[in-house]
Structure formats: structure tokens, C-alpha cells
Design a protein around this ligand. Structure first.
Ligand code: AMP
Ligand code: GLY
Length: 430
């Protein structure tokens, strides 16, 4: 059986690595892939990004199914195109992907269906946006509407910062956001206190199958300081998602979202990621939806998944997720991201990477921004590697991952020393 994974990051390397372990799989193609997918057993890179040509390839090679990593191809309609050609693919249609590609769509949807989220207003004109900021006394978060690759969100400590963010987004598009059909818009929402977690499920249009919980570290520097990034590390499970929180999130957020999407005529299929803020009472609000797996959350999650992922994806594409039960490794998995110097603003690329530790049952180095060039591995993106380890406790997983990190070298390598700190703090309190 041949499988296609679309994308080129650490998430896609982890997907391909996991899928290649399925006994029925002969080859996993990753389009376009990276230096890690180029060197994983039974995995091959495919230098195609055009949706139509990917469809042609799947027909010509009789690819059994396709799974989509990033949001870009989903928002561009890859699922609609593949379905039209009767090709098996797992992901949301373009209309359903609006849950991620438009913050305004997602916020209005949640409000309409009473799904817990921060209070908000959407603006396309600066003047009423500025007036709203002055009128609101609480701390605010200003978000550009559109795909922004993890940027385009300003947590404003002061009204002055909120005003500046509105000008940046509406007048100058300083974040380089890809606008939807309605042009530049901003969502201004109330700031929520609490602890964040990533809650990711598979959806087949009707049934929901939750993955193990996880938590990522969005800020660049230790102690959650510095600019927002795509994610500097992650671990699974996330202790903040207790069984009670899990049940509540399913009941109040995930199930109503899936039901309402179907009722509104865009039945949701694919991975659905709710970014949650969980308060001290265990109440969860939705900060955002993503219509894909998280990166780097996927790396620790898939390290713990024991089930055959191809069987799960097949069931999902066939609308039979209610018949699947996932088996998980009871250990904790933790992933530390190694980023290029200058990331996230202007990463410097092309450095030689050395000292990659050998893969082991409890250690995998997933590649993101790497490429093989005449036999040498070089950096080619902002986030370069995700060193991922399993351990009987969070502390053991952390120590195993950092032992791996210390063997690796490239010029200017940046990483956080404290991945897992929130979970450790929670443990120490308990
Ligand atoms: P988003 O892309 O919407 O998830 O926002 C990126 C990050 O900004 C989140 O991971 C949070 O750390 C922060 N954030 C977004 N919205 C809020 C909010 N309403 N209250 C507090 N923090 C937020
Ligand atoms: N790690 C956050 C995300 O994938 O959006």
C-alpha cells in the first residue's frame, strides 16, 4: 500500500514515521518532505506541491490514501479537489477549514452555538476598533483575521498596545497575513487567565475520536517569555487535562462544534485541534480552532500511539470512527524543538547539522527545517528539529530528550531549557 503525506515539517515527519510502521504499507510519500523524511525507512520525498499534480500522482501510483499536515493546502481546497476525483483523503474541506483560516468565522460560529470562548468583536475599519478598545476596560487580545503562520496575535497589556496592533493589522498588514474574501479584518477579544492545552481529535463528519492530550510552549524563551512562535516544545499527556476537564471539553466544545458544522452544511472531517484556556475551576474556553494536527504536539502524541495509524485513518475516511479504540503507551513523551538563529523573525538558514543521536525505542529526532545536500544535513527552516523522548515520568522523558539535544550541534542553535515546566510544577504542588 502507498500513502501520501502532504507537508514538510516535524509533524509530517512524525506522521510518515508512524505510518511507515504499519505492516500494510510499502511506501510513504511526503510532499515535499525534508531531510528527515528523505532518510526514514520506507519513506520517500516527492517534490510536488501543486494540488492538481498531487492528484495526478495519486492516480498514477494508485496511492491508497492521503493525509494533509498543514493548513495551507486545506484552505486552498486540496480535500475538495481530491474528493472530486474520488481519491481517498483525510482532512476538512475548504469550507470546513474556515474554522482555522478565518478567526472571525470561528468566533461567530462559537457565539452562535454557545461554545465557550472569550467575548469578542470583529472590525474591518480602524475607527470603531479604536473606540471599542477605549470602551473596554479589561486586558485585550488583538488578532488578524486570516492565516498567519502562528503570528498575527497580539496580547496587549495596555490599551496603547492594542491601538498599535489594530493599526499594524488594518492599515499596514505588518504581519503578512493572508486575508480572506472580506479583506483585512481584526478580532478583538477579552484576555483570559488560565493554563493552555491542546485538545486534538479525529472527526469523520459525525463521530469523534480524541487523541491523547498535549501542551505546547508557544513563546521563544524560558519561562514563557519572548515572542510567540509556532511552538518550541510539547509533551503528552498534559496533566491540566484531567478526566473531568476532558469530559467537559468533549461535551461543551468538541461535540457541539462537530454537530453544528454538520447542521450548517459543512460536515467536518479531519483532525480538529481546539486550543484551550483552562481556568482554576477546570472550565475550558476555546482560544482557537486549527483544522490540522499541532506542530510540535504531533511528535510526542504519535510517539505514544500504539495503534496502527493507517487503520485509524481508513476508518475515519469511511465514517467509521465509532468502531475504533486507540491504544496508548502509558509513558510520557516530551519533545524539544531546536530552532535556527534569528527564529522567529528572520531565521538564518544553511548551517551544517552534526551529532544527531541514533534513534532508539525511546528517542526519535523528527526533522522540520532540514535538507540533505550532497550527503550533508543542513538547516532550511526556522524550526529545525524536534528531539522527542519517552520516559516513565515527565522528568525522565525530559532528561532523556535533553541528553539527545546536547549531542546535536549547528551554528546558533536556539532551544528552551524548560520544556515541561508547567506539568512539573503541577506535580510538585500535588
Ligand atoms: P491563537 O493563535 O488565537 O491561539 O493565539 C495565540 C496565543 O495567544 C495563544 O496560544 C495564547 O497564548 C494567546 N491568546 C490568544 N487569545 C487569548 C485570550 N483571549 N486570552 C489570553 N491569551 C490569549
Ligand atoms: N503548536 C501549535 C500549533 O500547531 O498551532
Amino acid at each position: 500500500m502507498k500513502i501520501l503525506v502532504i507537508g514538510s515539517g516535524g509533524r509530517e515527519h512524525a506522521l510518515a514515521w508512524k505510518i511507515a510502521q504499519s505492516p500494510r504499507v510499502k511506501t510513504v510519500f511526503v510532499a515535499p518532505g525534508n531531510g528527515g523524511t528523505a532518510t526514514t525507512a520506507r519513506v520517500r520525498n516527492l517534490p510536488i506541491t501543486d494540488i492538481e499534480r498531487l492528484g495526478d500522482f495519486c492516480v498514477a501510483e494508485d496511492v491508497h490514501l492521503t493525509v494533509v499536515g498543514p493548513e495551507g493546502p486545506l484552505a486552498a481546497g486540496v480535500v475538495d479537489h481530491f474528493r472530486m476525483r474520488r481519491l481517498r483523503i483525510f482532512g476538512p474541506t475548504r469550507a470546513a477549514a474556515q474554522l482555522e483560516s478565518s478567526k472571525a468565522f470561528a468566533k461567530e460560529f462559537m457565539q452562535r452555538h454557545r461554545i465557550p470562548t472569550a467575548g469578542h468583536r470583529t472590525f474591518s475599519d480602524p475607527a470603531p476598533a479604536h473606540a471599542y478598545i477605549d470602551e473596554r476596560s479589561c486586558a485585550l487580545v488583538v488578532k488578524a483575521d486570516g492565516l498567519a503562520a502562528g503570528k498575527g496575535v497580539v496580547v496587549a497589556a495596555t490599551a496603547q498596545q492594542a491601538h498599535a496592533a489594530v493599526d499594524d493589522m488594518l492599515e499596514r498588514n505588518s504581519y503578512g497575513v493572508q486575508h480572506g474574501e472580506q479583506g483585512a479584518r481584526v478580532v478583538i477579544e477579552d484576555f483570559l487567565e488560565g493554563e493552555e492545552a491542546s485538545f486534538i481529535v479525529l472527526v469523520d463528519g459525525q463521530h469523534v475520536l480524541p487523541l491523547a492530550s498535549s501542551q505546547d510552549h508557544k513563546r521563544l524563551r524560558d519561562g514563557d517569555e519572548g515572542p510567540n512562535t509556532g511552538g518550541m516544545g510539547a509533551y503528552s499527556p498534559a496533566p491540566v487535562v484531567t478526566p473531568e476537564v476532558h469530559a467537559r471539553v468533549m461535551r461543551e466544545i468538541i461535540v457541539p462544534t462537530v454537530q453544528a458544522m454538520a447542521a450548517e452544511g459543512h460536515a467536518y472531517t479531519g483532525f480538529l485541534y481546539a486550543g484551550l484556556m483552562i481556568d482554576r475551576q477546570g472550565r475550558a474556553s476555546t482560544l482557537e480552532f486549527n483544522c490540522r494536527l499541532g506542530d510540535p504536539e504531533t511528535q510526542p502524541i504519535l510517539m505514544r500511539l500504539k495503534s496502527d495509524l493507517v487503520q485509524v485513518l481508513d476508518a475515519a475516511i469511511d465514517g467509521k470512527l465509532d468502531r475504533v479504540e486507540l491504544q496508548w503507551d502509558r509513558r510520557t513523551a516530551l519533545s524539544v524543538v531546536l530552532a535556527a538563529p534569528g527564529y522567529p523573525e528572520s531565521p538564518r538558514l544553511g548551517e551544517v547539522i552534526e551529532g544527531l543521536p541514533a534513534a532508539a525505542e525511546d528517542l526519535q529526532v523528527f526533522h522540520a527545517g532540514t535538507r540533505l545536500e550532497a550527503g550533508a544535513l543542513r538547516t532550511s527552516g526556522g524550526r529545525v528539529l524536534a528531539v522527542t523522548a519517552l520516559g516513565d515520568s515527565l522528568r525522565m522523558a525530559q532528561s532523556r530528550a535533553y541528553t539527545g539535544v546536547r549531542q546535536i550541534h549547528f551554528e546558533g542553535m536556539q532551544f528552551r531549557q524548560d520544556i515541561g515546566w508547567r506539568a512539573l510544577k503541577r506535580q510538585d504542588r500535588a
